[in-house]
Design a protein around this ligand. Sequence first.
Ligand SMILES: C[C@](O)(CO)[C@H](O)COP(=O)(O)OP(=O)(O)OC[C@H]1O[C@@H](n2ccc(N)nc2=O)[C@H](O)[C@@H]1O
Ligand SMILES: Nc1ncnc2c1ncn2[C@@H]1O[C@H](COP(=O)(O)OP(=O)(O)OP(=O)(O)O)[C@@H](O)[C@H]1O
Length: 296
Amino acid sequence: MSATSLLPHTDSDVLSERAPAKVNLTLRVLGRREDGYHQLSSIVAFAGTGDRLSLIPGEELSLTLDGPGAGVLGGEDDNLVLRAARALAARVPGLKLGHFHLIKRLPVAAGLGGGSSDAAAALRLLARANGLAADDPRLHEAALATGSDVPACLHGRACLMEGRGEHITPLALPRFGAVLVNPRVPVSTAEVFRLLAIPPGTRRGEAVAPPSGRGAILDWLRTEPNDLEPPARALAPVLGEVEAALEATPGALLVRMSGSGATMFALYADCRAAARAAKMVAAAHPQWWVKSTVLG
Ligand SMILES: C[C@](O)(CO)[C@H](O)COP(=O)(O)OP(=O)(O)OC[C@H]1O[C@@H](n2ccc(N)nc2=O)[C@H](O)[C@@H]1O
Ligand SMILES: Nc1ncnc2c1ncn2[C@@H]1O[C@H](COP(=O)(O)OP(=O)(O)OP(=O)(O)O)[C@@H](O)[C@H]1O
């Protein structure tokens, strides 16, 4: 029995939100700011799979965890759900908080922005509980204060993410079938950026805008890199094996790493092709986390 069901409430008190996996289809590092953060240009899409967060609105802030990924997370106090809630409470006087319950399904420290998506879902739930408009600037501020990926996750739909992660431009992307594969090797985002060894105050490129149309976008995606792949491969050499396994699946249109890794994804024409590919990879590598989903 989950902790939420032990609390006195009716179903109509419970608000619930999906916290989908974030996938960086491309990621260019265009330089490094004086404050140490890197300037990015990244096409971000969201998957049909992810965590789920619910909230019973109330005065006190608390969190319980459930699901296959819950055991990996340490003390609840530094959970990004609570950090996002506190960041919003610091900006909205008298904010009603409450009890969060997180069903953690996504692998942690995996380049899928799971924690960021949980944080964004917490902000959406608090906005609903408090009657805040979706475009209330305090939501965006609290998102960025919680983490660089949280503004994109708050948007929750395909977008171009720029700057440190604060500039979000909505994008119309075609839908693809996709397979996500994590070799169960956690990778630290901070360590991956550190290995790039870019001195603060460096500029090293310009953003390139994507074309529109399914075929043109796919061709363009194939030419764009994820600049974090080389350092992530140095930290997790198993990425070569993951890439080879995905490339060997019939119908794989593109194989790449998401975010700072170590999750790799492959795109397919539709969900049936993705489901077949996921079966193949999971059968050959039962120790890996393998998920077929839709992406767009
Ligand atoms: C790699 C991505 O997932 C791509 O979407 C994000 O840029 C990372 O987002 P995130 O995990 O929310 O990042 P944060 O929690 O803000 O920062 C984690 C670590 O990555 C570094 N970091 C993050 C974002 C950024 N634009 N430049 C950075 O150098 C930070 O200095 C920090 O050491
Ligand atoms: N709700 C949460 N879910 C996942 N990680 C969390 C959460 N709360 C705190 N964390 C911590 O945040 C760190 C990053 O976790 P997350 O799974 O978001 O990484 P990621 O997928 O690599 O993110 P990104 O793609 O944004 O770099 C982990 O070290 C984890 O302990």
